[in-house]
Write a protein that binds this ligand. Sequence first.
Ligand SMILES: Nc1ncnc2c1ncn2[C@@H]1O[C@H](COP(=O)(O)OP(=O)(O)OP(=O)(O)O)[C@@H](O)[C@H]1O
Ligand SMILES: [Mg+2]
Length: 603
Amino acid sequence: MARTPPQKPGLEEIRAARRAVRSLFWLVGLFSFFVNLLMLIGPVYMIQVYDRVLGSRSMETLVALTVLVGFLYLIMAVLDVIRSRILVRAGARFHEKLEERVFTAVQDKVAAGFHDESAATGLRDLEAMRKALSSPIVSACFDLPWTPLFLLLIAFFHPYLGAVALLGGLVLGVFALANQFSSRKAVAKAATMGATAQQLADGMRRNAELIQGLGMRRSAFGKWVMMQRMAISSELYASDKTGGFSSATRAFRLALQSAMLGTGAYLVLDNALTPGVMIAASVIMGRALSPIETLIGQWPLVQRALQAQDRLGGLLEETPERPEPMPLARPKAKLEVQAVTLVPPAVPGQVSKPVLQGLNFTLQPGQALGVIGSSGAGKSSLARALIGVWHPAAGKIRLDGASLVQYGMEDLGRYMGYLPQQVALFDGTIGENIARLEQFPDPDKIVAAARKAAVHEMILQLPQGYDTPVQIASSRLSGGQVQRIGLARALYGDPLLLVLDEPNSNLDNDGSLALNQAVAEARQDGRTVVIMAHRPAAIQLCDMILILDQGVQRAFGPKEQVLREHLQNPQVVRAAPGGPPQQGSPQDKQAAAAAPGVSGKAG
Ligand SMILES: Nc1ncnc2c1ncn2[C@@H]1O[C@H](COP(=O)(O)OP(=O)(O)OP(=O)(O)O)[C@@H](O)[C@H]1O
Ligand SMILES: [Mg+2]
């Protein structure tokens, strides 16, 4: 499948993975050699039966020949089975070689904010390549070199027969090329449209509640069915094309078989050939041309694999492997943000503006920072930068003196306790979710984290407690409960830096109290806490405040001082109760007024 020049590093990685399983392919080649050799049993038997047994009317010869041939066929069947088993394993091993790399590349790309096609299809592309590498196409490729040999053998029987077979082979070859050129685009388009329709349907399935609630079912169906029809019609178009070639090939091959027989019969009548050879030549031609027919029939698979390979190569090239940095000792929770400017990933063809500009602040272990600012001020963007998924375009974020990239990604993740603004739980049990999907989690640590997030009692009330699958639980879990499970997940293990993005947006009084308790405990344990918030209750236990305004740092410093100097309503935060104000309460309104009100004495 090598097509593109070797300078592309992504494709080179794929090739390297294929090279790693090359020994298996050589084995397939070896078995193919014997299988093809044994393919000659049939024709040889025919010649012997027609020309020797029927002539001599010898029963013993017939029996001996038949037993021998039966045995050889058995060997051929065994070899063929082994060959296809090796192929399936070669595909699986190829997948194993690349699966972690592709999974990581997809994760890296999406975490960095790119949600494009190659990221969405990365794993499916790898699967398409695995399927192609395990398919009969590969054996057909190994059988293909035998085609000229078989044709030569036929020509050796009689040049006329050779000429007919050669001509037939050429026509089939032309069919194959025409098939490739005419259907390539159609097959690629059909695959892309199918994937898009599927994605749309998945999104709608996940949001069934919303769709019903807002009376969107009809229009959602309309949108999906339109995509689906387009996908189906491009699939029909593609399959009409390749299917047409498939059928034409089959019909042509049957006709060719008859042409061979006819030519053979003519030669027999002319006394230039024995009947046995006539039949044998026709059978050998069938064998000679069958790899070509397989290739044409399986061509969509090949095209999908080639398309997948190109896309996968692009993905791997865009997300080069990051070498694991030298492991560092567990840092202290000292966080420094030095002249950080953050530019979100650009959509191709567009230039992104910075969402954060020149941020500067330092937090010591045990400090808690409240980040406030109006919607779109850049709070969540800062959270993503602090946990190391978005990299600053300028400036440095340091943890205990080392910039975040100097920590291995897994290590860094363990040092972080992140609660995103929109909490998502994964398929799996509640316990697994809290334990960050660790394979062998420590149950004590799970319970400890759940207790800190004040969610332990609630989990015990679920039908299977911590073992309740999220799919079942999610219909019973309230927004606040999901947020608390998310908080437990952030607190799991021994994180140094807690980054909580709007942690109490869904919390009730108890939840807010638990959150404050968790923050207080974390501070006592020497962890550093950063809370992005609209609601004053969330930053009650913070000792530092950062005010963001359209990505610019308006103020940073001790809470009292910053609030006194920069907010019109400092009492909002100071006087906020442990529980958040009720919707529409005076405090809420004040808070809403306070956050944008940073413009006052901006500095
Ligand atoms: N992936 C992205 N690509 C481009 N721009 C982005 C991306 N994510 C966020 N932004 C932009 O960055 C700015 C800050 O967004 P951010 O989510 O950080 O705001 P926020 O302060 O968290 O707001 P909110 O209080 O509503 O959560 C917004 O203008 C937003 O459009
Ligand atoms: Mg946000």
